[in-house]
Design a protein around this ligand. Structure first.
Ligand code: BQF
Length: 289
């Protein structure tokens, strides 16, 4: 019975959020005589990272947030990177700091993320901000998980009492997203199962999902027969192939089974960027009060 899922247009929803943010940014500037500013640090010349940083800076420009790009060569030492972060931590004109990941080999990512002032940590990767999230008192929500929650909310998809299955347990997506879906309140209150690379009989879990989140990092790992008819499928995968971006979900087959599905590109990716802008404005508000 080929039916067709409704496609959740992340690009459109992200655009709507940027519109709302642009108004708030104007208000912020009028009230504080300061423009919110995001500092991006890009180490090395990974082509994907270049694209991501460009996406982020272009989005800043769209909503009236200033951005700085600090480009460092692949040969940069840990100390040099830490010195730049220390300088940006002290710089009162900078409200948000993001270190584009992955960092080149030889750099200790944990130590770098620990160096970012928690008040400027718009990716919410600092252990202090991770701890606050776990304790239910977040300062910033991590961008991709928050983007997924916003997609669900703004599409009118109820999460309360639903079975959400998160496939993937990364620190950046799977782990925090499972927390948010299980959290008390609007956009949460789901019953959450986390699956990963050691899960036995993955399909037996995914087939029980009312809301299936694919955050595996393997192209088209979730096939049509792994999805319960009528499920909501959120594809967080951003896999680069010769044909362009490919998700973690086999889209054509999945869209015959699901009720709602996000495309790649144009699903979760643009929402990640929009949530970075939200966090930068939040940081600016807190720092300028
Ligand atoms: C889209 C990222 C893996 C590892 C490090 C829009 C982005 C991607 C896709 C983007 C990502 C993925 C980012 C689309 C930032 C999301 O239209 O589908 C935007 O720029 N992203 C990153 O900074 O680091 C990553 C994925």
């Amino acid at each position: 019975m080929p039916s067709s899922a409704q496609i959740i247009d992340g690009k459109q929803i992200a655009k709507q959020i940027r519109g709302e943010l642009a108004v708030e940014v104007v208000e912020f500037i009028q009230n504080n005589s300061v423009t919110p500013c995001l500092a991006a640090i890009l180490v090395g010349d990974d082509p994907a990272s270049e694209v991501y940083v460009r996406n982020k800076r272009k989005a800043c420009e769209h909503v009236g947030i200033d951005s700085q790009l600090h480009r460092l060569p692949v040969t940069t030492t840990q100390d040099e990177l830490l010195r730049l972060i220390a300088r940006l931590n002290k710089d009162e004109s900078v409200h948000g700091i993001l270190v584009q990941l992955p960092l080149p080999k030889g750099i200790d990512t944990d130590q770098v993320l620990l160096a970012v002032a928690p008040a400027k940590d718009v990716d919410a990767f600092h252990p202090t901000n991770v701890g606050r999230l776990v304790q239910g008192k977040p300062r910033f929500l991590p961008c991709t998980p928050h983007g997924v929650i916003q997609l669900l909310k703004r599409t009118g998809i109820e999460t309360s009492g639903k079975h959400a299955v998160v496939v993937g347990r990364s620190d950046i997506v799977g782990k925090p997203l499972a927390l948010l879906l299980a959290a008390r309140g609007n956009g949460g209150d789901a019953t959450v199962t986390v699956c990963h690379s050691r899960t036995k009989d993955l399909a037996s879990y995914t087939r029980q999902a009312d809301i299936l989140i694919a955050a595996i990092g393997k192209p088209e790992a979730i096939t049509g027969e792994m999805i319960k008819p009528g499920a909501v499928v959120i594809d967080v995968g951003v896999n680069r192939s010769d044909a362009g971006l490919v998700g973690d979900v086999e889209f054509a087959a999945a869209s015959q089974v699901a009720s709602y599905i996000t495309p790649v590109p144009g699903g979760v990716g643009p929402m990640t960027i929009a949530m970075l802008l939200v966090n930068t404005l939040t940081a600016a508000k807190a720092l300028e009060q």
